[in-house]
Design a protein around this ligand. Structure first.
Ligand code: EPU
Length: 480
């Protein structure tokens, strides 16, 4: 079955009406691919300093999975504090094509940004799940949102059959599914690959199993959890991921009636129940967005207060900022980072939670590029995460990569240049690095940033930055 892709309008203010010139005050663009001939660009000036308060809304990597988890119970679930970003719009479309009613409304409680006259960065999503949801997720959506694969577990549990397009790799590396597949197979599923689809069936239902993951994969833990809650018997997931987003999903599932123990630890035990109830749930704050502002404050020698997140979720990242010379104050749901001097070099090793998050690697490299001394940065999660380092080098960063290590020798200042966002986090890291570069930095392909940061431009402005966003023509194709 094929469909033409039309992502629902989330009534986010759109990019400039014409493709000419620079414009002030525009938020993220719509969810569609930019026209082949246009590319969205953010332009910042160097020698800038981030100062002020910014509020983070719900985590993308939680909200996407909470939306998939809603599939587990027929009826109406409502998820609040959902970030207003492209990936959420795509997940809404995935659910619609599975037969769900999906509606985005003003959030409750209202995003504090609205209270100061800004544009809401969070929404609430109401999902009406039918008794018999569909069983297919097509490639046109899955290729744009790898997280669509998280409908595999819930649909297999509900329907006993599912066909989800294989998402393939992306700009941060090859991204396997072997742990998802071997775990579901242990639970009684029969899984094959055909014409680019992962096809899973369990005509007699899923049963509990003891599963030890080779690596604490976030996605595999989520899929197995969401399959196990309706399986017959008890499933034990060893070496499970421990991210706050996993705990958030478990919290929602438990409120739906699931029997789960050990969430937030490496051993999660799930005893299946025959049926779950729909629920209302608020998404946990986004620690990666919050961490982006923490490093932004450190890099720009700024003073930023971040609200909307329990800072213990960022403990190691904030420790790195302190080691670099930053002053960090924390409260239950907020933290403040101040940096008065040039950062000192610090080594960083990315690891599954509670280790240093791979999604903050571009920010760690940005800080290292400006630090006094050399930093050794080690990436252990994605094999292609250093690809963006070439763009950072265009800004004058001194980076040498070798396999999963990078040695970064700090410079007093970077040098503004046109660069390209290759993924969500790289895009945000490059924009912040541009604040520390002489002259102007233009970051193109910022539709990647819109996938993960609700209105990055508005947040930069709230923190005192002069920033412009525009649609610029893509380089013309040369032919002979
Ligand atoms: N892996 C396998 N086989 C599997 C599953 C994973 O080899 O069956 C490998 C992957 O290829 C990767 C590593 O294990 O090298 C980690 O993958 P994981 O499954 O933990 O990550 P994910 O679920 O695909 C989520 C986030 C990422 C975040 C990682 C790690 C979502 C939608 N994505 O990805 O977020 O970096 O966990 O924390 O939740 C982002 O938001 O920009 C982003 C990339």
């Amino acid at each position: 079955m094929t469909h033409s892709l039309r992502i629902p309008d989330l009534t986010i203010p759109t990019r400039p009406e014409t493709g000419t010139g620079w414009s002030a005050g525009v938020g993220p663009g719509d969810a569609g691919d930019p026209a082949v001939s246009d590319v969205d660009v953010i332009r910042v000036h160097g020698a800038a300093r981030l100062a002020g308060t910014v509020h983070v809304v719900g985590a993308k990597n939680s909200a996407l999975k909470l939306m998939a988890a809603a599939l587990l119970a027929p009826g109406r679930s409502v998820i609040t504090n959902v970030p207003r970003i492209t990936d959420i719009a795509i997940m809404g479309e995935v659910l619609r094509r599975l037969g769900c009613g999906v509606r985005f409304d003003a959030d409750d409680p209202v995003d504090p940004m609205v209270a100061v006259g800004g544009v809401a960065r969070s929404r609430s999503v109401t999902i009406d799940v039918p008794e018999q949801p569909g069983v297919e997720a097509d490639y046109d959506l899955v290729r744009r949102l790898r997280a669509s694969i998280c409908v595999l577990g819930p649909l297999l549990a509900r329907r006993g059959y599912v066909r989800v397009a294989h998402p393939g790799g992306d700009a941060i590396g090859s991204r396997g599914l072997d742990m998802h597949i071997s775990g579901l197979t242990r639970m009684g599923a029969d899984i094959s690959g055909e014409h680019g689809f992962v096809i899973a069936s369990a005509p007699d239902g899923l049963h509990g199993a003891e599963i030890t993951l080779d690596f604490p994969s976030v996605g595999a833990t989520e899929n197995l959890l969401m399959a196990a809650v309706l399986a017959d018997g008890t499933t034990v997931i060893e070496n499970a991921a421990r991210e706050p987003e996993i705990v958030d999903i478990c919290t929602m599932l438990i409120r739906m009636g699931a029997l789960i123990d050990g969430e937030g630890t490496s051993t999660i035990t799930v005893t299946g129940v025959p049926r779950l109830q729909p629920v209302r749930h608020a998404t946990v704050g986004d620690r990666i967005v919050a961490g982006t502002w923490a490093f932004g404050a450190a890099m720009t020698r700024g003073d930023v207060t971040v609200t909307g997140l329990d800072p213990t979720y960022l403990e190691i990242a904030l420790d790195k900022v302190v080691a670099a010379g930053g002053l960090v104050e924390t409260r239950a749901d907020a933290f403040r980072v101040r940096m008065d001097e040039r950062p000192r070099s610090v080594d960083v090793v990315t690891l599954p939670y509670p280790g240093f998050a791979t999604d903050l690697l571009p920010m760690a490299i940005g800080m290292a590029a400006l630090s006094d001394g050399a930093s050794l940065i080690t990436e252990n999660i994605f094999d292609g995460r250093f690809m963006f380092a070439n763009e950072m080098m265009r800004l004058g960063a001194d980076i040498k990569t070798d396999g999963h290590h990078a040695v970064v020798r700090g410079r007093e200042r970077l040098s503004g240049a046109p660069v390209r966002a290759t993924d969500i986090r790289a895009g945000a890291g490059l924009i912040i690095a541009g604040l520390c570069a002489d002259g102007v930095t233009e970051v193109s392909h910022v539709h990647h940033v819109d996938r993960g940061y609700p209105d990055f431009v508005a947040d930069l402005r709230a923190l005192g930055i002069e920033v412009e966003r525009a649609t610029a023509p893509e380089e013309p194709e040369l032919t002979i």
